[in-house]
Design a protein around this ligand. Sequence first.
Ligand SMILES: C[S@@+](CC[C@H](N)C(=O)[O-])C[C@H]1O[C@@H](n2cnc3c(N)ncnc32)[C@H](O)[C@@H]1O
Length: 227
Amino acid sequence: MVRELFNSIAERYDLVNRLTTLGLDKRWRRKACETALTYLDVKKPRILDVACGTGDMIRCMMKRLEKRGVPARFYGLDCSERMLEIARKKVPFAELRVGNAEDIPFPDGSFDLVSVAFGLRNFSEREKAISEIHRVLKQGGILLLLEFSRNESPLGKLAWFYTRSVVPIIGGILTGNREAYNHLLRSIEAFPSPEELSREFEKRGFEVLTIRWFFPRIAFVMVLRRV
Ligand SMILES: C[S@@+](CC[C@H](N)C(=O)[O-])C[C@H]1O[C@@H](n2cnc3c(N)ncnc32)[C@H](O)[C@@H]1O
């Protein structure tokens, strides 16, 4: 169902993101990358973006690492063929595969850094995906999570009200699939808080390094280390 949903909105996915977040999604990805990369101390890192979608996170990380003169190899995994078709044009340097986060098609200890941006809340079996990410990370490897969640501060409540009102309308008009965006909103409502999420990861062999909310307190980054 999730694969069909993203196949159906792939063409306009980037545009809807830019419009509904007023361009903030790019800034969140950039800040999330900068935060996670401060913990990465490897000369030629291998990086996997799980639920890579149209490739924005890979592109963001590539730019940051290029600036630092760090040659990295990039891999992307997503269950939606249509999202990957777009990614292939945007990040031709990355190796992109169709597949599921719950069954990652790479051997144990393959990566120095794994990222998941706005993907985790869509996974049908989150626990399995967390174990898989743990398996493919090297010991001491870094995990970057960027997600939406509801924040109970006044600004967070305002941002949630805006998101709930605007996203299905703009998403619906541009993609013709309003239900897809209603589903995405429901998935944010059902998603655990960063604190609850960090306990899920700690139980499965991760140490939380930092949690940071981004303006206007509707998206956060969590950086973890594989123990
Ligand atoms: C909201 S998009 C995020 C895309 C991208 N990471 C970004 O930052 O824009 C969620 C992506 O997760 C993918 N996805 C959902 N469930 C998945 C799963 N179980 N395994 C792999 N990819 C999945 C979808 O196909 C979609 O491309």
